[in-house]
Design a protein around this ligand. Structure first.
Ligand SMILES: CC(C)(COP(=O)(O)OP(=O)(O)OC[C@H]1O[C@@H](n2cnc3c(N)ncnc32)[C@H](O)[C@@H]1OP(=O)(O)O)[C@@H](O)C(=O)NCCC(=O)NCCS
Length: 183
């Protein structure tokens, strides 16, 4: 398996993977194993790559089987949900350290194709994105919808993330999680 930081040439393949598991286009059968809410466009991913260097991929036999996104809060602020998270960044801490717009970034969504789930691809792409982003930020922040138990299990048991807050936005219930990016 090959882990990489995505380039513009990868966008089409990543969008195809994304829309297999995006809430508006995912098959009913796949929904129980989690879905992604945000409908990313080519333009969103272009900005993510060019301005944030924040799109990571895992490939098997030259085929992209997983992606993970990570970016500054400024990037994410184009969506209301993240505006809300930015406004409330100071409502919790990470191992006693204050969380600010400058010392933290938002990781996610992450998506692993169902053909390779449960095979360690999730941990590998998570750790790769963490290690790349640790060069720029000391704290990772993310959120998980409470109706996505598979994502919750994966992130709380297979990564250093811990739940630091519970919150509600637009009638959805979320966990907020954080971890330090280095020891
Ligand atoms: C969430 C996701 C990235 C996790 O990757 P993965 O390869 O499936 O993760 P794993 O299988 O290694 O770990 C998930 C764990 O949850 C368990 N699990 C599976 N379904 C579950 C459920 N409905 N409830 C509770 N636990 C569940 C699995 O058994 C596994 O634990 P185990 O390894 O101890 O058996 C992947 O499932 C995915 O891309 N889902 C669709 C998109 C998504 O939801 N992304 C996250 C939100 S942005």
């Amino acid at each position: 398996m090959e882990l990489k930081t995505a380039t513009l040439a990868n966008i089409e393949e990543i969008l195809a993977l994304h829309y297999r598991y995006q809430v508006d286009s995912i098959s009913e059968d796949d929904k129980a194993d989690g879905f992604i809410t945000t409908a990313f466009t080519k333009e969103h991913l272009t900005n993510l790559i060019q301005h944030e260097n924040g799109l990571f991929t895992a490939s098997v036999d030259n085929k992209i089987v997983a992606y993970a996104m990570a970016a500054s809060w400024d990037y994410w602020s184009q969506w209301p949900m993240f505006e809300f998270m930015i406004k409330h960044l100071d409502d919790s801490t990470c191992l006693g350290q204050s969380i600010t717009k400058d010392n933290s970034y938002q990781y996610g969504p992450v998506c692993v194709d169902k053909s390779v789930r449960g095979q360690g691809v999730f941990e590998k792409i998570f750790n790769y994105s963490l290690s790349e982003m640790s060069k720029r930020y000391p704290i990772m922040v993310t959120f998980i919808n409470k109706i996505n138990p598979r994502s919750y299990e994966a992130h709380t048991r297979k990564t250093p993330l811990t739940v630091i807050k519970h919150f509600e936005f637009n009638n959805n219930h979320y966990y907020k999680l954080a971890c330090k990016t280095a020891e």
